[in-house]
Design a protein around this ligand. Sequence first.
Ligand code: GLU
Length: 384
Amino acid sequence: MSDRHRDTPRGRLGKPGCWVVKIGSALATNEGRGLNIEAINGWADQFVALRSAGINVAVVASGAVAEGIARLGWSRSRRSLHESQVAAAVGQMGLVRAYELAFQRHNLHAAQILLTHDDLANRERYLNARSTLLALMRLGVFPVVNENDTVATEEIRFGDNDTLAGLVCNLLDADLLLILTDQEGLFTADPRHNPQATLVHEGRAGDEVLDEMAGGSGIWGRGGMLTKLRAARLAARSGGATLIASGRDPAIIARIAAGEDVGTLLLPQHGTGKLAARKQWLAGTGKVRGQLHLDEGAARVIRQDGRSLLAVGVLRVNGKFERGALVGCVDPEGREIARGLCNYSSEDTEKILGLASTSIEQVLGYSHEPELVHRDNLVVLTSA
Ligand code: GLU
């Protein structure tokens, strides 16, 4: 019997929310022989059905390098970074076109998002990527994300799309990271070598016993089970669950949404809500670059209601920072009551202090967001 509508971890997966779905290279390119258009169409059909059920989807699509190698007629042996970058430039064209055409069959749009590590490490670009992705999903467009392999050098790479997908999960506060791969899920040992190996149905992402169970990687995708486990731990930082399942099953996505017991479900920490987990993580990363001194009213609504901070409630700015910086919010008694990511640089914040959000555009000539610090990016400090 299906778990759908039941209040179990599996049953809850089908609820409205946001999924990040990572589809591995081997699946998308028929093990490197060339794009599997039929499979891509099938996934797109299921994503469209998810959307109708209130689940937004961002796809992390691998296969640029593998498809490029196939198009260039190169052998499948390991390639240098430079050759992979060349292949990615060729293959990404076909990959993204395949997804575009697949969604076009439903009169829907896809959007290409290419990211490097820097884009997410840098707070300003992090906020830009977040608002663009959220805006695309609000418009009903399906984001198709990949690493910008052509410009990513060793130092600035995510390295594999499992990691990228985990970070995109944090970016979007996604409920689920679904990793579609060529295996049924995570096994207690490598099933190719150990007939005793059994599928792990459910676990906690942070559980250390899982490390021993995860093995090496295949030749097309860079990530093996270990990177999938790490990606699950990334997703858990913002309270997301991870499901590792076989993309060979053409109805896998629909089955997961229906609450069926397929693949390995890795849950985030006990007891931490999604938003609380994400905020904890936000507050714990990066340095505080400046302070916003609040008036009585702003301090009260933040402390009591956890509302967004508007420019109208800010009296003074301390420090020099860029858009996206982590800033402290200080009450009239000088106590730091909250921390959050500021949507405007210190210079621009100075200009809009005390003003209503509707005047921001007039004063600055542009407006990122009506809030100075959005409540999703604001952590009220418990001691406050
Ligand atoms: N970004 C790579 C590609 O699209 C895939 C990386 C991975 O397999 O994890 O070819």
